[in-house]
Design a protein around this ligand. Structure first.
Ligand SMILES: [Fe+2]
Length: 397
């Protein structure tokens, strides 16, 4: 990694700097739109080691952004949710307000407010996702005016049906409105709060999320798989998220499978709870909890310690409440305020993150007249992520 100058990312005071010392790096003196093979190899290595790479004051065209993302997974062609040119108009969709850039359909225009004559788009009415249309118990207008906010939806970028999870996402800020800081309220009985800049993107590292779990939950995670239903975002559309944005409330509102758009069994994804980093070999907890419908846990290996073990004989959970209770137990520790890097955006920032090793959420709310312009790109991979190997199971089960 000699060719790269890598600095720690600016962690906030709320962060546990010891636990996050290897999470994120700022890359200096490198133009991510014009990399030679050697520079790219060093950058790729850094991404898998540190999870997030930040570049400041970068000029990057949508074409260059696409080429950068594609370099991490050269066989890919399609945007993470497909290459259809779309404007998402469903207010409850997590993709509401996204608009495809016509000349490079693998790059999306996202943000807030009215944007005119931008990259071939005459006019776009963008909408920053609001927790108010997604959470079961949203903040009141008064609470928002007082500066409180929520994590909108913790996830990694993936369709979770047919198209396979992208390896990398690149977020590029063209225009960032400034405003007072906001305080994220978890509202899950813990009293947890996190101070963030207006419109921050919150990141937590799947590696840390696994490392901090107690042994009995590590054992479940290393033996566990999650099944996602067909068209998971359509399926969960009428349902509501918990106030942390990490899991859904169970109200029986999901769309019945026979009322979803046509689907095929072989396109359904059942993925390991832990994904093995293809460069470092570390295990990352990667569960899109809000979109999950079933859990499988393999039995403990014969020689494993059984005292205090959960699901020693294995399990197949199909009751949504039970599935969500378990997944919340696994995911919630990893979104503690001390484990989060909330990125404070400036104009012309580029954040490239390892989408198969990092969990993130949109935060906060903008006023009607604030204009935010971002370009986002990720590409559906042709391969599924790797799960734990036999040695991992032996070590952690
Ligand atoms: Fe995302």
């Amino acid at each position: 990694m000699d060719a790269l100058e890598l600095l720690p990312i600016p962690l906030p005071l709320s962060a546990n700097s010891a636990q996050l010392s290897d999470f994120g790096r700022e890359v200096k003196n490198l133009d991510p739109g014009n990399l030679n093979a050697e520079q790219f190899a060093a950058l790729e290595n850094a991404l898998y080691h540190y999870g997030i790479l930040l570049f400041r004051n970068i000029n990057l065209t949508p074409e260059q952004q696409y080429n950068l993302v594609k370099a991490f997974d050269p066989k890919t062609e399609s945007y993470g949710h497909g290459n259809k040119r779309t404007v998402e108009t469903d207010k409850k969709s997590p993709f509401y307000g996204m608009q495809t850039i016509p000349s490079v359909p693998q790059v999306q225009l996202i943000g807030h407010g009215i944007v005119r004559d931008h990259e071939g788009i005459t006019e776009a009415k963008l909408q920053h996702p609001s927790h108010k249309s997604f959470h079961r118990f949203p903040l009141s207008d008064d609470e928002e005016r007082a500066g409180f906010a929520r994590f909108y939806h913790w996830h990694f970028d993936a369709a979770m049906y047919d198209l396979k999870p992208p390896k990398v996402t690149a977020l590029y800020s063209v225009n960032v409105p400034q405003g007072p800081r906001q305080t994220v309220r978890y509202d899950d009985g813990t009293g947890d709060l996190l101070s963030v800049s207006l419109g921050a993107t919150a990141f937590t590292w799947g590696k840390t999320m696994f490392d901090i779990l107690p042994n009995e939950l590590k054992s479940v995670a290393v033996r566990g798989r999650v099944r996602y239903p067909p068209h998971p975002f359509r399926w969960m559309n009428p349902a509501h998220a918990m106030s942390t944005g990490v899991m859904m409330e169970t109200e029986g509102l999901e769309v019945p499978l026979n009322e979803l758009p046509p689907w095929e069994e072989h396109k359904i994804q059942t993925l390991p709870m832990l994904w093995k980093n293809e460069v470092t070999g570390y295990l990352h907890l990667q569960i899109n909890g809000t979109a999950a419908s079933e859990v499988f846990v393999d039995p403990l290996p014969e020689d494993a310690e059984r005292v205090g073990a959960l699901y020693p004989e294995g399990a197949h959970l199909t009751d949504l409440k039970e599935v969500r209770d378990l997944l919340n137990t696994l995911l919630r520790p990893g979104i503690a305020p001390s484990l989060i890097y909330p990125h404070d955006w400036r104009d012309n920032d580029l954040v490239v993150f390892h989408n198969r090793g990092v969990f993130h959420s949109v935060v906060g709310a903008f006023a009607e007249d604030q204009v935010r312009v971002f370009h986002q790109s990720n590409l559906a991979s042709l391969d599924l992520p790797l799960g734990p190997d036999d040695q991992d199971v032996k070590r952690w089960a």
